[in-house]
Design a protein around this ligand. Structure first.
Ligand code: LLP
Length: 409
């Protein structure tokens, strides 16, 4: 199948295997619902991201893994061992990062609607703050330590990109909804001066245009944003009388959820970014990135069990022991995920089915359109593909159902 990956995910003896183990067996032994991640695949994705960029630049590369995608402690430990940095969005994420051994110097806090108590906890941990508003900067001036390094989250002013309007973060609005993040480019120079008059040290500028983009058009739009942040960095260093230490280009590189989609053109992304940075003649020591999905999405599957099969007006409704409380992406963004019947993965897809959760809502379905699959029966274990990013981290206890389990292989 198009989603098979050597030494990671494949069909063997007609069954789905992950990291050399039968997925159905894993599901049965651990009990469903359960997220299963292959740690080796996480490391492989990280190394590919790092080394492709490194091919094009001599500068220090900071791959700040966006742990909102997957904050499993064992996955964080693997990435820490690889030398990753980490991007956090809450004091709780920061505490988890420190608890698995990340040095606070390698943690960046990019929050939004940040409270005084968040600021206090983050600055007490010695973590750099990526400023999202003038209000936040002023309050940090009272709460933070003098001499703290900060960066500014800048809106490049172009249209953002992403798989849904809900995750598109640049420009004035998305789908008519005003965007809440970042400081407009025109205001950055003034805010930079404010940072330094508040006795902070402005270390960097940051952009993040949205999540899960992968087409050439989206990449060229992103490169326009890179040009704008470099241009702003030049103005800022001139005004402050010192060079910035880094620019941070955020996250967003997409993954393949459907056969019709292409892999993210990582080489092209890396080449174009580094060419622009070299052409800018800024002496930036470091370039930072904040990939989340790219590092973890395809490392994980979510296993759930078929518990009920019924015909309703000619539709075959396949009920499972999970729902959008465990994997919210289909219900929240209409996202498409492949669903594989683990023990029947090699069988012919001959039946149209609706895979439905066990929550009391009509929208609690994993398949927006009926899906062609080998016919599922009660007791079968189904796997949601690409569940490693924004799966478990978005889970809730809606309907008072327990959270799913997690296993890292
Ligand atoms: N940096 C910032 C400032 C971000 O807001 C995000 C994601 C990232 C980095 C990582 O983006 P990534 O490389 O993973 O695209 N729950 C949604 C995705 C929300 C993304 C939020 N911000 C989903 O399931 O698609």
């Amino acid at each position: 199948m198009w989603w098979e990956v050597p030494n990671h995910l494949k069909i063997k003896h007609g069954e789905l295997y992950i990291a050399g183990k039968s997925a159905a067996k894993l599901g049965r032994e651990a009990g469903t619902p359960v997220y299963v991640y292959n740690g080796k695949r996480v490391v492989e994705n990280y190394r590919r991201f790092y080394s492709t960029l490194k091919k094009y630049t001599e500068r220090e590369l900071r791959v700040c893994y966006a742990m909102k995608a997957n904050s499993n402690p064992d996955i964080l430990k693997l990435l820490k061992k690889e030398g990753a940095w980490v991007d956090v969005v809450s004091p709780e994420e920061a505490e988890r990062a420190l608890s698995v051994g990340f040095d606070s110097e390698k943690v960046l806090f990019t929050g939004t609607s940040v409270s005084n108590s968040d600021l206090k906890r983050i600055s007490d941990m010695g973590i750099m703050v990526n400023i999202d508003s003038v209000s936040e900067l002023k309050r940090l001036g009272r709460i933070g330590k003098s001499g703290m390094r900060v960066s500014i989250r800048m809106d490049p002013g172009i249209n953002g990109s992403g798989h849904s309007w809900k995750v598109t973060t640049a420009g004035r609005s998305s789908h008519g909804v005003p965007i809440k993040f970042s400081i407009p480019r025109e205001e950055v120079l003034d805010v930079a001066r404010m940072c330094e008059s508040d006795s902070f040290r402005l270390a960097g500028l940051h952009i993040h245009v949205g999540s899960n983009w992968r087409t050439n058009e989206e990449i060229s739009e992103f490169i326009n944003a890179v040009d704008l942040v470099l241009d702003t960095a030049r103005q800022v260093s001139r005004a402050l009388g010192h060079e910035l230490e880094f620019i941070d280009l955020g996250g967003g590189p997409g993954v393949r959820y459907m056969e019709s989609q292409k892999e993210f053109p990582l080489d092209e992304y890396a080449r174009q970014i580094c060419k622009r940075i070299d052409g800018s003649h800024l002496s930036l020591n470091a370039i930072a990135f904040e990939p989340g999905r790219y590092i973890v999405a395809d490392s994980g599957i979510m296993l759930m069990e078929v518990v009920d099969v019924k015909k309703r007006y000619g539709d075959l409704i396949v009920g499972v022991n999970s729902g959008f409380n465990h994997m919210a992406r289909a219900a929240m963004y209409d996202s498409y995920h492949e669903i594989i019947n683990c023990a029947k993965a090699g069988k012919k897809a001959d039946t149209h089915v609706v895979i439905a959760g066990n929550l009391c809502e009509t929208g609690d379905v994993f398949t927006k359109e009926p899906r062609l699959m080998p016919k599922p029966e009660e007791g079968d274990i189904l796997a949601i593909h690409n569940a490693g990013a924004y799966g478990y981290t978005m889970a809730s206890r809606y309907n008072l159902r327990d959270l799913p389990k997690e296993i890292v292989l």
